[in-house]
Design a protein. Structure first.
Length: 223
């Protein structure tokens, strides 16, 4: 509009006038890019969100473990709702951060939050199964120990290989136990197998995040 009004006011065009208008456009675009490149970072805010999410996940896994040991334990599951709300807030902030930086594209936080979002869906699916297991069998205690271990190791670092190895040890101990003697025990152990498969998927989601991150870093180095 500025260029248009300038040309309208001058009522003529020549090389010098067009060059002057081009400089005006160039200055405007240059200032816009410069300001955009120095948009304030929200990295610290997103990091705080991450810590809040991890704290909720730790409580969820601990409560799952505690309920497997004591089915009379009372837990309202509010951390599941809180974690979902925090993830949504953090994702919105991370998306704005990506869009506000033309030069510095940081997708790592977004990948992390999407990973936690998928893991949370698995935990929500596990909740009704965990709450339905009342029969005490020793396989429950084994799995409860593993969930207690996971609850103490919820963070942004890559500990999936260690966790997967511990889960494999848990699988091995379960395989070596005697066959169920009653229908109720069979159903309980079948549900435990389902939960163990789900928690394995939970860990694989995080491992995939680190593989994706490594691929992006490798691609950046090549470019």
């Amino acid at each position: 509009m500025v260029v248009f009004l300038h040309l309208y006011a001058l009522k003529e065009t020549n090389f010098q006038i067009m060059l002057n208008e081009f400089y005006i456009i160039l200055i405007g675009i240059g200032i816009a890019i410069l300001v955009n490149s120095y948009m304030p970072s929200v990295k610290e805010d997103i990091q705080n969100f991450k810590e809040e999410i991890e704290q909720r996940f730790s409580v969820i896994l601990y409560e799952f473990s505690a309920y497997l040991r004591n089915h009379e334990r009372n837990w309202n599951g509010k951390e599941l709702i809180e974690a979902e709300d925090i993830i949504n807030q953090a994702k919105n902030m991370a998306l704005r951060d990506v869009e506000n930086h033309l030069i510095r594209k940081q997708y790592e936080d977004l990948f992390y939050l999407e990973m936690r979002e998928r893991q949370l869906e698995l935990l929500k699916r596990m909740l009704p199964i965990v709450s339905s297991l009342e029969l005490q069998v020793k396989q429950k205690e084994m799995f409860a120990d593993f969930l207690a271990f996971l609850s103490k190791n919820v963070h942004s670092g890559d500990t999936t290989e260690l966790s997967l190895q511990k889960l494999e040890d848990c699988w091995e101990m379960v395989r070596k136990t005697e066959l169920p003697a009653t229908r109720e025990e069979f159903e309980t152990r079948a549900n435990l197998f389902y939960l163990m498969n789900e928690i394995e998927n939970y860990l694989m989601i995080k491992r995939k995040l680190f593989h994706t991150r490594s691929g992006i870093l490798l691609s950046d180095k090549k470019s």
